[in-house]
Design a protein around this ligand. Structure first.
Ligand code: HEM
Length: 157
């Protein structure tokens, strides 16, 4: 699939065909990486690399080191919940701000998550592994994350 896309893009195809290929590519990327890697990147990587974020997850049990975090079933379950949150963003790309309004209120008013942590999340999840050569994919992903983070921080006053 990857090779197919790269080969097509290297050929001199017209803009419409390139767009179709890019769409297929984005869908492929979304399905594969969202459901396999993002949970690790968003939560495990964030909890490991920025340990102060663990303070919000005291009820999750042992988060002592990277090994404990990666094998923590509550972290894994929460990762799935967050992926569903991102899924909602993907399905409502034209109105992420309103889609995330309640989630933003929850993170601010109830969970008291410092919004700086969303930016941390953006950094840990911002770089898709093994896509250094595909700037379009990387750029599209970072743009989506930027909008998600901005929407999550929207209800903070
Ligand atoms: C891309 C960024 C994020 C997304 C999409 C996201 C999404 C979500 C979702 C969908 C929930 C479940 C809400 C519910 O139960 O109705 C949640 C809960 C939660 N989030 Fe986030 N979140 C993000 C970033 C963060 C960050 C950076 C932190 C803190 C460092 C955080 C802390 C929490 C906590 C503590 C909960 C409640 C966990 C529990 O006790 O079950 N979130 N988040």
């Amino acid at each position: 699939m990857i090779l197919l896309c790269v080969c097509y893009l290297k050929e001199s195809y017209d803009a419409a065909k390139k767009n179709i290929i890019l769409c297929i590519w984005y869908i492929f990327i979304f399905i594969l990486f969202t459901f396999c890697m993002l949970y690790i990147m968003l939560y495990c990587r964030t909890l490991v690399v920025y340990p102060w974020t663990q303070r919000y997850f005291t009820s999750f049990g042992n988060l002592y080191n990277a090994e404990a975090i990666l094998s923590n079933s509550k972290v894994a379950a929460h990762g799935v919940v967050v992926l569903h949150g991102l899924d909602r963003a993907m399905k409502n790309m034209d109105d992420i701000k309103n889609t995330y309004a309640k989630l933003s209120v929850l993170h601010s008013a109830k969970l008291h998550v410092d919004p700086d942590n969303f930016r941390v999340c953006k950094h840990t999840a911002g770089r898709l592994p093994d896509h250094r050569d595909c700037a379009d994919v990387q750029a599209a992903w970072q743009k989506l994350l930027a909008v998600v983070v901005s929407a999550l921080a929207d209800m903070y006053h």
